[in-house]
Design a protein around this ligand. Structure first.
Ligand code: PLP
Length: 361
C-alpha cells in the first residue's frame, strides 16, 4: 500500500493564470519565473506548459540545464547572474541571459573569452537593498558594460519592488519614480514588476513583466486570496485519515503534549507532516478539509502525520480524503496560520510525495 499523501498539479489552471498575466499586462513580454523547481510545481513540466512565455527566470545554472535538457529554447535568465567565473562557460554553452548586479561579475565577464554575446539584464537597486548597483552608479556601469565585447549591446534595465504586496507601501512609489527617472533617457528595454507589481503597479509594467507566484494561482497581495484576482490554484496537497481515536477530556495530543482535549472527543490522524512540506509551525486551529468539511489542526505537526479535531465531522472514517491546501482551502490561509507566506509552503513541498498531473487540454 502506498502512502496516501500526494500533490496534485493542475496544468489547465497554470495556463489560465498565464492568460491572466497576459490580460493584465497586454503590452509586455512575459518572463515566467520558474526558480525553486517552479515554486515546487516541477520545473520542466511547468516550462513545457508555459511555452508561450517569452523567457524564463531561474536561480541557478542547474535549473537552466534542466530546462535546456527538456527542450526549452526560449531565453533563460539567471536571476542572480553567474556565481563564479567558471559558470560563464556554461552560460555560453547553454546560451543563457544573465543578471549583472555586482562589479565582481563585470570583472568575470571582462576576463571571459567567447564568441557568445551574453544578453545582460542590469540590476538597479532602487530601494530593496538586496541585489543591484546603486542608482548613482548606473550610467557609468551601463557604459562600462556596453564597452565589453562579449556582451550583447541590448541591455535590459531591471529593478525589483521591496513591498509591492502591500498596496499602501510608500516605498513602492519611491522605487517606481526612481526607476522611471533613471531609465527614461537610456534607450533600453526595462523590467520592474513581479506578480504583486503586475497587479497593482500597472504604470511600471514596461517591456518585461516577471510573474512567479501568480502563475501558480496564488494571491501576491497581502490578505487576499487567488479568487480575488481570478487566479486558480495550480497545486493542491492531499492525504487521508489513517486513524481515528477517542481521547478523554484533559488528555493531550501530540509531541510536546501541548494541546489538551476540552472534552471527550474524536481525534483524527492524517498522513501528512513536515517531512512532506506541511509547515511545522502551523498552529492549532489551522484549517484542514476532511470530506469537504472544515476541521482544525490540533497539536504540533509531526514529520509524517498531523492530528485533527474531528468534532463536527460526523461520519468520519479511515480512508476519508483530506485536503491540506488547494481549490477548497487557500494556501494563503494555511500560510497565515503558520506565520509564513505561500511561497515557502509551495516551494517546500517535498519530492517524496506522489504527484498527480491534471490537464484538461
Ligand atoms: C522570484 C522573482 C520574481 C517573481 O516574484 P513573484 O513575487 O513570485 O511574482 C520576479 N523577479 C525576480 C528578480 C525574482 O527573483
Amino acid at each position: 500500500m502506498s502512502r496516501p499523501a500526494k500533490v496534485n498539479i493542475n496544468l489547465t489552471a497554470l495556463r489560465k493564470n498565464f492568460s491572466r498575466v497576459k490580460n493584465l499586462a497586454p503590452k509586455s513580454s512575459i518572463l515566467s519565473v520558474v526558480k525553486a523547481d517552479a515554486y515546487g510545481h516541477g520545473l520542466s513540466r511547468v516550462a513545457e506548459t508555459l511555452q508561450q512565455s517569452d523567457a524564463f527566470g531561474v536561480a541557478c545554472v542547474e535549473e537552466a540545464i534542466e530546462l535546456r535538457d527538456a527542450g526549452v529554447d526560449r531565453p533563460i535568465l539567471l536571476l542572480e547572474g553567474p556565481f563564479t567565473f567558471e559558470e560563464l562557460t556554461l552560460v555560453a554553452a547553454l546560451k543563457l541571459d544573465i543578471v549583472v548586479h555586482h562589479a565582481e561579475q563585470i570583472k568575470m565577464i571582462e576576463r571571459f573569452q567567447s564568441d557568445y554575446q551574453i544578453p545582460v539584464w542590469l540590476k538597479i537597486d532602487t530601494g530593496m537593498h538586496r541585489l543591484g548597483f546603486d542608482v548613482g552608479s548606473i550610467k557609468q556601469v551601463h557604459e562600462k558594460l556596453l564597452s565589453l565585447k562579449n556582451i550583447k549591446d541590448e541591455i535590459v534595465l531591471m529593478s525589483h519592488y521591496a513591498d509591492a504586496a502591500n498596496p499602501d507601501a510608500s516605498i513602492t512609489k519611491t522605487q517606481s519614480t526612481k526607476f522611471q527617472e533613471l531609465t527614461q533617457n537610456l534607450s533600453c528595454k526595462r523590467s520592474m514588476c513581479n506578480s504583486a507589481g503586475i497587479i497593482n503597479q500597472s504604470n511600471s509594467h514596461y517591456d518585461y513583466v516577471r510573474p512567479g507566484l501568480m502563475l501558480y494561482g496564488v494571491s501576491p497581495i497581502n490578505n487576499k486570496v487567488s479568487s480575488d484576482f481570478d487566479l486558480t490554484p495550480v497545486m493542491s496537497l492531499h492525504s487521508e485519515l489513517i486513524a481515528i481515536k477517542s481521547v478523554n477530556k484533559g488528555d493531550t495530543v501530540g509531541y510536546g503534549a501541548t494541546w489538551r482535549c476540552p472534552e471527550d472527543m474524536p481525534v483524527g490522524i492524517v498522513a501528512i507532516g513536515y517531512g512532506d512540506g506541511y509547515p511545522r509551525h502551523a498552529k492549532s486551529g489551522t484549517p484542514v478539509m476532511i470530506n469537504g468539511l472544515q476541521a482544525q489542526l490540533i497539536g504540533h505537526p509531526s514529520m509524517d502525520m498531523i492530528t485533527v479535531d474531528l468534532r463536527g465531522i460526523s461520519g468520519a472514517k479511515i480512508g476519508d480524503p483530506v485536503e491540506l491546501w488547494g481549490d477548497n482551502l487557500p494556501v494563503e490561509l494555511v500560510a497565515k496560520h503558520a506565520e509564513t507566506i505561500a511561497y515557502e509552503l509551495l516551494s517546500g513541498v517535498h519530492k517524496r510525495l506522489n504527484v498527480n498531473i491534471y490537464d484538461e487540454d
